[in-house]
Design a protein around this ligand. Sequence first.
Ligand SMILES: NCCC[C@H](NC(=O)CCN)C(=O)O
Length: 423
Amino acid sequence: MGTGLSGLSWVCSSLFMRAYAHKDELHSLSRDIWSNPELAGNEKHAHDRLVRFFSQDQTWTVQSHYKLPTAFKASWGPVSGGVGDPVLNVGFLCEYDALPGIGHACGHNLIAEVGAAAAVGLKAALENQTELPVPVKITVLGTPAEEELGGKIELINAGAFADIDLVFMAHPAQQDASFHPCIIIEEMLVKYYGKASHAAAYPWEGVNALDAAVLAYSNISVLRQQLKPDWRIHGIIKHGGEKPNIIPAYTELEFYLRTPLLKDLCDLKAKAEACFRAAAGATGCQVEITSPTPTYYNILPNATLASLYESNGKALGIHFPEQPTSFCGSTDFGNVSFIVPGIHPFFYICTDALNHTEEYTEAAGAEKAQLYTLRTAKALSMTAVDVVCCPDLLKKVRDDFRLAKLKQKEEKNQNCEKEKRPN
Ligand SMILES: NCCC[C@H](NC(=O)CCN)C(=O)O
């Protein structure tokens, strides 16, 4: 598939020249975010740095603290908003939250760089173009809190995606992949309430909440033997007591439950709840089970965008292995993919290290990740150019989106009544 305007070579040369002009600045942007890791919802430094990055070019209109304290929006192009408005609004997403203790072990500093670079590349390609089929606007959204809290879900609910027509981002991983569905995730917070007592003098007076936590953990470990291979349940004890000689009156566990299908998540939740309640029953504790953050959905495929991304990526030297990535994580981009047609490819960053390890943190800050990061950004920009220049491709992208949603709706009809996913 080619571009609809003046051919791929024009686009490539334009994008490449401008993107290379910004390469040191883009590396310094991601390196700065990498050097100042901030947890979900607290990304003040990253927010300010990205806001400065876009504000220095006055053709961007920048809104800091956009709908969330550490989200931002940068827009370029015609103002849209009327009914029947023909403006095509292309969105790029930047993530920038880090992990506790190990910094940017998921490479979100590079996601910020890819989003910024791809937006700058698209702007470079479109600036001064008068022959576009429809006027194009670019929106960069800074979307905080992916590792927890679901920043994109809050932004969806606040209407931040309402006028966006297409959405692009990319995530560092172990290999390049134009599409991977990721899996649905729901968090469970489990609190046990017992009764304190002197652990040596009057143990019979106590109700041991740590025993409940340990039994719950063991119950889940046993349950795991009987789960389907692509289901996941894993957790930690967040609060395990205060002192060995005080029978713990309160403990707290946090578990992540994941399945590829929503109907399976309902089954897994029921099984997990039975484990947690059994532990309460065995120890005489009270139990409280909540799901404090919204469910992250699987990513809807968009075959047209994925195929364009692959063609563009291959033209830039990206190798897409036959064997799909085994990455089994989750992302709040899944929820975005139900609202707006988009893609979330994975990209290699020149390391064999695995996400969420100190080795990956090191790789995400390294100079050698830059070539892969900027190449990914270029492939995204080129994909966006293809679509904005060719109304037929845009129609196919929209048809794919509708079809994918329809297929999910069929699956949804088999689900339990707790279904919350949008139509
Ligand atoms: N509580 C949500 C966890 C999301 C997390 N996401 C990733 O690791 C991939 C993208 N950063 C996960 O554990 O899957």
